[in-house]
Design a binder for this molecule. Structure first.
Ligand SMILES: *Cc1c(COP(=O)(O)O)cnc(C)c1O
Length: 356
């Protein structure tokens, strides 16, 4: 049976990327060696990381003066690297869920944190709108897509202070104006590559301004200077990331990724709103994530939840169980998600509705 992979992360990658990665594992560039067993400083691998970086800059239209880094440690390590490198006294954070809260917790270890707004009062089911970014802070941090709660901020803030964003789960899903950011980071395992590599886009002249000592491995300058090769980088995920970036470019870039995301989201949210049995947990249209689409059974049908899960699983749906803090269902629809899989899920919801 065909599987439709709606997993939240690690998650679906383009089939071509998986096949090309597998080929590279067996024979890298016709060298007779695996990409797993060659030096990261050899010219063949250098070409991979160079191409990955160049494609990153091209596809996101990154201006001069920024570096793209490929690091280990996950987005979670960035929660502390960001304040280590940029927080001198005070920083502002928008609290839109679990990942924001984790970032806030780490920042508090380095200085004062102003929480500009929070949607904790309604289980993070909306994006706070009426807040002011203070002008006396070192930076403003937000999570662009809340993977767990299914909310998304699809705009680049005009801010009186430098902006930093965790874009783990919506990078490359739409055009962004990188010039409005000091730093953008994320784990690659949602929309770009297998788990193991973390991307960081950082403005070069913003680094080196804080007065504290920063441990070598946690200092962005180390990795800017070393071209992400200060130590051994995660070579296989970087190789796959390069292949995904080639794929994104060949498909038509982030404009096309956005068009597909909108098409998938309109189809699925349309069904969630229409179907008698279900409701979306995020109701404000502009806050609804295109990447992680969360829905539950309506209260009067609550007892059907396990039945629908079984019904959907029998029809090939994978990874649609909602995060434990939200319950219900979550269909993650990252870049590589074909429209046919979303159609299959919608048909499944319609059949289930008919049967009840
Ligand atoms: C998954 C996720 C993280 C955590 O990433 P790790 O690479 O596992 O540390 C952080 N932020 C967001 C928005 C995520 O979706």
């Amino acid at each position: 049976m065909k599987k439709h992979n709606f997993s939240a992360g690690p998650s679906i990658l383009p089939r071509e990327v998986i096949e090309e990665t597998a080929k590279g594992v067996l024979d890298f560039n016709g060298s007779g060696l695996s990409v797993l067993e060659v030096s990261h400083r050899g010219k063949d691998f250098q070409a991979v990381i160079d191409e990955a970086e160049a494609l990153f800059k091209e596809i996101l239209n990154i201006p001069e003066g920024y570096s793209v880094l490929f690091l280990g440690g996950g987005a979670s390590t960035q929660f502390c690297m960001v304040p280590y490198n940029f927080l001198e006294k005070k920083a502002a954070y928008l609290n839109t869920g679990v990942w924001s809260k984790k970032a806030i917790k780490e920042a508090k270890g380095f200085g004062e944190v102003v929480e500009v707004a929070s949607s904790a009062d309604a289980t993070f089911s909306y994006i706070p709108k009426d807040f002011v970014i203070p002008s006396d802070v070192d930076y403003f941090h937000f999570t662009s897509n809340n993977t767990i709660y299914g909310t998304e901020i699809r705009k680049d803030f005009d801010s009186p202070v430098p902006v930093i964003s965790d874009m783990s789960s919506d990078i490359f899903s739409r055009p962004i104006d990188v010039s409005k950011y000091m730093c953008i980071y994320g784990g690659a395992q949602k929309n770009l590559a297998p788990a193991g590599v973390t991307f960081v886009i950082v403005k070069n002249d913003a680094v080196g301004k804080v007065s504290r000592y920063i441990p070598t491995m946690l200092n962005y300058q180390t990795h800017i200077d070393g071209g992400s090769m200060f130590n051994t980088p995660p070579v296989l995920p970087i190789y796959s990331a390069m292949l995904t970036l080639r794929w994104i470019k060949a498909q038509g870039g982030v404009v096309e990724m956005q068009r597909r995301a909108v098409e998938r989201a309109e189809l699925l949210y349309g069904e969630i709103d229409r179907n008698r049995l279900f409701r979306g947990t995020v109701t404000c249209d502009e806050d609804r994530s295109y990447m992680n689409i969360c829905f539950v059974m309506k209260d009067e049908y609550k007892e059907l939840e396990a039945d629908f899960m079984k019904f959907a699983t029998e029809r090939g749906m994978v990874g649609i169980k909602g995060h434990r803090s939200v319950g219900g269902f979550r269909a993650s629809c990252y870049n590589a998600m074909p429209l046919e899989s979303v159609r299959a899920l919608v048909e499944c919801m319609q059949e289930f509705e008919k049967a009840h």
